[in-house]
Design a protein. Structure first.
Length: 111
């Protein structure tokens, strides 16, 4: 039931939610639980109550595992990125087989 509607999400706008002053990816990086239903935020840490995975909102760092990261961007009161942070543009990888995969392109130029 927690994965209900997962495959219907086709755009980045449907893959994020706003809570506690952050724009947060909607699905847990662990097993894609819907964080709007199973996420609990306390003291700047989001916990997915489905399996207990925890993420620091300020950095996106997973406190449970080293190989996962959560997208979370701090917002100002008007809903724009806080403290001059740029709005991150999420795009689908060019050769993505998964139509639900999105990432933020790096602004660094490769030599």
């Amino acid at each position: 039931q927690y994965i209900e509607g997962y495959y219907a999400e086709q755009t980045p706008e449907q893959q994020f939610w706003e809570s506690n002053g952050y724009r947060i990816q909607r699905r847990c990086p662990h097993l894609k639980a819907d964080l709007t239903r199973f996420g609990k935020i306390e003291d700047g840490v989001l916990t997915c109550t489905m399996h207990g995975w925890q993420f620091e909102l300020a950095t996106g760092k997973c406190l449970t595992s080293d190989d996962r990261k959560l997208y979370a961007q701090r917002l100002s009161e008007d809903g724009t990125p806080a403290d001059g942070e740029e709005q991150q543009e999420w795009v689908r990888p060019p050769a993505a087989k998964c139509k639900h995969c999105w990432y933020v392109p790096s602004k660094e130029k490769k030599a």
